[in-house]
Write a protein that binds this ligand. Sequence first.
Ligand SMILES: C[S@@+](CC[C@H](N)C(=O)[O-])C[C@H]1O[C@@H](n2cnc3c(N)ncnc32)[C@H](O)[C@@H]1O
Length: 279
Amino acid sequence: MAPAATTPSDVGDFWEPQAYSTSAPFVATSSPTLVQLLQAHGSERILDVGCGDGEFTANFIDSAGFVLGIDASAKMIKAAKSRFGSEKAEFRVVDCRYLDKEPPIVDGSWDKVITNSALHWILRDEETRMPTFKAIHAALKQNGRFYFEFGGHGHVSEAFTALLSMLVQHGYSMEEAKAINRWFFPSKEWTQHMLEKAGFAVEMIEVEYRPTKLTDVDEGGLAGWIQLLGAPMINAIPAAQRSQAVKQVCEILDPVVTKPEDGSKWLGYVRLRGVARKS
Ligand SMILES: C[S@@+](CC[C@H](N)C(=O)[O-])C[C@H]1O[C@@H](n2cnc3c(N)ncnc32)[C@H](O)[C@@H]1O
């Protein structure tokens, strides 16, 4: 019998800006290719979908005309506003699964839309996938471009496996465990197909296997990463059992992710990256 769970459709705001900068500071800085592709300049209006704490957005605020960062987490948006908010950079709470319900944003006025490391959360629910792609398309000016990078098929598969297995050990069936999961890591082919169906011409799409070194600071490291990014699965078990569950997941992962020569820990990040033009 499965213990009471958070529902898959509403896991609450588990994002913590402090924990994010301790356990995953590399997310905002590990996408130089995407920032180079964007080439923000002049008076361009740029929409950043799933902007988080604004650390990634800050890569192009100075070179763009105006930037709007949107994210479902009120805590991340509060952090982004306080650190990077200005006349040139606004941040707003928006659940991008329902971006099509935001006419003031989806108004065909954006030169560019960018998203880094957020689509694999936003696209989790099947019924809102195409509406999200279509809303991004509608938000852009004609010939405007969508620049994206997110977790592709096989992303952090060792951590994903250990978290699913933890849920099964706590009494969930595999079907229930899969439903609790909030990640969606599609293939290049699927992504290209969906973008074309939404009206984009895909100009570039690629997959990069990019092992990523975890931090080694207190509160960060493997346990910090599992606790924050695995929160929807960890929070599905009773509160009293969570710290022990994180410990067990880390024990299973440790021999897989640790480099024997120096003890550093790495997760298998798979980046799916591309550029699509509104045609
Ligand atoms: C790994 S963080 C990436 C943040 C930022 N783009 C960066 O590069 O640092 C993922 C972000 O996706 C956001 N997110 C997840 N689901 C979302 C949704 N349905 N709508 C909008 N943002 C969402 C989270 O709140 C979180 O801030």
